[in-house]
Structures are given as C-alpha cells and as structure tokens.
Design a protein around this ligand. Structure first.
Ligand SMILES: Cc1cc2nc3c(=O)[nH]c(=O)nc-3n(C[C@H](O)[C@H](O)[C@H](O)COP(=O)(O)O)c2cc1C
Length: 353
C-alpha cells in the first residue's frame, strides 16, 4: 500500500530509465549493508512454510526470480533475496560491452500496465560481469542464472558473428564457473532493427546454434528464452529442435512485439520502438506455457515470465505448467511486496513444508 499510494506516484514522475538507474544504485548500496538487508527482509521477506524446489539440480529457496534485463550487470545479487526473490537472471550479457539503443530505451504505458523496452542489450560485457560476480560473496541459497545474447552493435554483422558472440560468452561464463544456469536469449526483440536479436528463433539456425553449444560441455542447466509472438505451429518447431538436444528447458517468454494487442494501443508510438513487457505478455505466454506442458509433459523445465502483477497471476502460470516464475514489470507497478505475496500464494496452493 505504502509503495502504491506514496512511492509509486513519485517514482512514476521520474523517467523510467533514470528511475531504473536509481534503483540499481540504491539496491547495490543496500546490498553492501547488512542492517539494510535485514530491514528489507523484515518487511518484504517471505517467512511462511518451506517452498523450496530443486529444478535440474539447482535448489531454489523460493520459486520466483527476477527476469533478465533489470539487473543486467549483476549489481543486485546481494539484496534481492531480502525481497523474497529465490534468484535472478543476470543479463542479457553479451561478449562485448554494449551501449544499447539510442534513448528513449524505456517508456511507461501506465494504463496498459506495460513498459516499452528498447534497451538494445545495454550491458557491461561478459568479462566485466564475470569479474564483478566473482568479486562478491554469494548470498546462500540465492540462484544466479546468466542470460546470454549477442552483442548489439555493428561489429556483429551477420549470423556467424552472432553465433560466435553467443558461444564466446557461454564459454567464458562456463569456464569461470559463473552462473547456476544459463539462458540462451534467442528472442530479443529490441536489438537494432528489432530483428537481429531473433536470428536464432528460426529452426534451422537454432539447430546450428545448439550443435555448436554442445561442443562446450557444461554441468549447468541450459534454457532457451522463447519469443511469444509466434503461432503455436511455429513455436513448436523451435521446441522440437530443443527437444532433440540435451538441454533442459525454456523460458516463456520474451517481450510482446505487437502494439495492437494493448488494451490502449493509442498510448503506444505509431512506429515500433521496442517490445512490450507486463500485461500484454500475460495471456500470450500463459497459452504457450500450457501448450508446451500439454505437448511435452515433463520433458522441459518451463520458466513462466510475462505480466505477473499478483500472487494469483503467478498461480495462473504455475497452473498452466510453469516450474518457476520470473518478473520485472509487476515489481515496478506493484512494488517490492509482490514477491512475498507470490510466495505466500504458492505456499497456500501447493503447500509448503
Ligand atoms: C527493462 C527491461 C529490460 C529487459 N531486457 C531483457 C534482456 O536483456 N534479456 C531478456 O531475455 N529479456 C529482457 N527483458 C524481458 C524480460 O526478461 C521479461 O521476459 C519480460 O519483461 C516479461 O516479464 P514482465 O512482464 O514481468 O516484465 C527485459 C524487460 C524489461 C522490462
């Protein structure tokens, strides 16, 4: 309530990218101060029955994670467990540092409960992120996944370059032992031209990529971040390729590219300016989660992402077939109490121990 009535109206007066930057500075700072973490845990920490899950050998104390894109450079890894997150996905990280797209890189669509994201994979690059993660003490029980994408600038000019870029980051992370799981982001809709980030969301190229990935053995689970604007028949072609691989699962899914699906499309720019997060992702991702679970049974780990604004929304994803959920936009709109609410709803539905 305090967040929604007092803080949010102030925060929403500030430009979203500036606000995001401020939260990163503040969150990183709090992460270094044990009493600040303690205070946050006191207010926002889940204290119900044990709801830990082991998925692909990784233990999650709580089944809700921060989705990729909010903490690209791993600056919040010390603080987020205090807000009831069981872990986070750092990144997307690229082989080289990347400035991202020109501003505006984030726009709020308040009536639509959505953000337009045009970040363009802005991040510090694999080397610096590895160093940064290794320099920090791990928070016990807090899972760090690494989302990997290809560098979004003109030095990555074609699919061969992009593949090399992915493999470089994957190998660097794996060799350094950084990351409890890896996500291959084949569906970034906001790299330059709005298309290149999706090069590998194509069955032929995905098969090539998976073939190359397998030459870098890893003991960690590997997931693929899926696009959500595909018809089921097209989506299923990608799943078939992943099914034939040794990799464990999918994250469903990435941003929604279709402004026409907004409740208030008139609030969006006329031209495409990046993918939509939040509510416009909810039904699309739920449908794909459900169909994936129905079609493939337990073959895939499914991480459900997109438009979770309440405990009930998270339960909808679990009921559709998700093993874990991730979020960003719900936290921005509903505040830092959301993750605790989700854990409580989960414990009530599935019974904690
Ligand atoms: C500011 C922002 C940046 C994002 N950047 C990435 C990214 O770098 N890699 C990625 O896989 N997804 C990225 N996403 C997509 C999210 O991980 C998530 O799939 C999507 O926002 C749906 O979840 P939500 O509705 O809870 O925000 C980003 C989303 C937001 C809001």
């Amino acid at each position: 309530m305090f967040y929604k009535k007092v803080l949010k109206p102030i925060f929403f007066l500030i430009h979203p990218e500036k606000m995001h930057a401020m939260v990163l500075v503040l969150g990183e700072f709090f992460g270094y101060i044990p009493p600040a973490r303690y205070l946050l845990r006191l207010i926002y920490g889940y204290r119900g029955p044990n709801i830990a899950k082991v998925i692909d050998g990784v233990r999650y104390e709580r089944p809700v994670l921060l989705s990729a894109g909010f903490d690209c450079d791993a600056r919040l890894t010390q603080v987020l467990a205090s807000l009831s997150f069981g872990g986070e996905e750092v990144g997307s990280v690229t082989a080289l540092p990347c400035e991202g797209n020109p501003r505006p890189r984030q726009t709020r669509l308040v009536r639509n409960k959505s953000l337009i994201v045009f970040k363009g994979l802005r991040n510090r690059g694999a080397d610096r992120t590895i160093k940064h993660i290794l320099s920090k003490k791990r928070v016990p029980g807090y899972v760090i996944g690494i989302s990997i994408a290809s560098t979004n600038n003109s030095c990555v000019a074609n699919e061969d370059d992009a593949l090399k870029d992915f493999l470089t980051t994957f190998k660097k992370m794996n060799d350094a032992g950084v990351g409890d799981y890896y996500t291959i982001n084949i569906s970034c809709p906001n790299s330059y031209s709005g298309k290149d980030g999706e090069t590998f969301a194509n069955p032929r190229l995905l098969a090539v990529m998976i073939n190359e990935l397998q030459k870098i053995p890893t003991t960690k689970p590997v997931y693929f971040k899926m696009p959500i604007n595909l018809e089921w028949s097209e989506f299923n072609k990608l799943l078939k390729i992943i099914d034939a691989s040794p990799y464990q699962g999918v994250i469903i899914g990435n941003l929604n590219k279709k402004y026409a699906t907004l409740d208030h499309p008139e609030d969006a720019p006329k031209e495409y300016r990046g993918g939509l997060s939040g509510k416009p992702c909810f039904a699309l991702s739920n449908d794909l989660i459900y169909k994936t679970r129905q079609t493939y049974g337990k073959r895939f780990t499914i991480i459900g992402t997109g438009g979770i604004f309440s405990g009930e929304d998270a339960l909808t994803k679990f009921r559709a077939g998700a093993d874990l959920v991730q979020l960003i936009t719900g936290m921005v709109f509903e505040g830092p109490g959301l993750m605790k609410e989700i854990c409580e709803a989960y414990a009530e539905e599935y019974g904690g121990r």
